[in-house]
Design a protein around this ligand. Sequence first.
Ligand code: PLP
Length: 418
Amino acid sequence: MNLSTFGRKFTTHSGILQLMDDLGRAMAGSGDCLMLGGGNPSHIPEVEQRFRRRLQEILDNNREFSHVIGDYDCPQGKLAFIESLAELLRRTFGWPIDSRHVAITLGSQTSFFALFNMFAGPYPDGRRRKILLPLAPEYIGYADVGLVEDFFVSHRPRIEHLDTRLFKYHVDFDSLRITEDIGAICVSRPTNPTGNVLTDEEIERLDWLAKAHGIPLIIDNAYGTPFPNIVFTRTRPIWNDNMIVCMSLSKLGLPGTRTGIVIAREEIIRALTAINAIISLAPGSFGAALALPMVRSGEILTLSRDIIRPYYQRKAEQAVAQLRTELDGTDFYIHKPEGALFLWLWLRNLPLTSQEFYERLKRRRVLVVPGRYFFPGLPEPWRHKEECIRITYSQDETVVQRGLSIIAEEARRAYAEG
Ligand code: PLP
């Protein structure tokens, strides 16, 4: 098939495509795989119950049902939802926003595709710009969204060692250079894959740098505060008109509805609305319709705070405790889990690459993601990339427990082979 540059770029098998395919096939192949590799949120009974009630309410109301399934929303997204969300964020956090500052997309992955390509790539004046990821490891899903190659620049973090085998990454502001060819800065907070939550001070410094260079700061809030609020540290929900805050209903428990939310200044929302119209006419209505009353009443905040956050925090603590016991005596470190659904395990001086370790685990029917894939924009060799793996702890307790035991066993074996 003779394909365009776009066609080639988006169909060539990159490492990540191969890996995701591999994970998907392993899952489909047999029921006995321990899936600690994906990004699927947990099925939390109380949350599902709440959405089931709401769905029944829609089904019981003829007019609402016909509207949800039978009408296109406008390209900016469902206006009732947009207005209610802006109102909620204004009322609760004092954000100076209204409906002109919010757009809905087909999932935040789609938001990043649009936003990154709006700010990076070739410009009409002949320059090329890139997205700066100030701290790698960063979200694997960014790696391939650029319409052109050579799309990201990223930086190694500063590593702070904490007590009891924990560590934390920080943005290394000494090495951060915002050159002319940077079109926007982006961070995920909490970070997928590490569970790191950049401190309020780090965000303020990045915000200041972005403003000083006339470029936006994109904050990927897929797990963040105020919803789904899978954040175990204290953070302040912040927005200003140089920030683009990307939210999602996925990790609240609705990944199947593909609902992303972007909060940004008016001209950016107008641009995203135009892109929505061209790519999909309008974003899907379903997620916004399901969540609407919870946004109106503010229940989305209490559900996140009282059910979702404690649920994941408990799982994170159990997983860390188990690894501490079962890896005791080896040279392991765990990134301090401050949010999201993942443990980032650093097996220092592991005598295998992260890919080889992944293969060994796969043979034992345990799926994780090798660390090397989480460094978009950082092509230089760095041993650390090969010493880390991402482990998802959102699955059922028994699956996570059995998976962690096998990971610990294989790590011990690898160190012993040295
Ligand atoms: N950002 C981060 C950090 C993620 O982990 C994910 C999904 O795993 C996404 C964005 C995309 O989420 P969605 O497109 O489901 O909103």
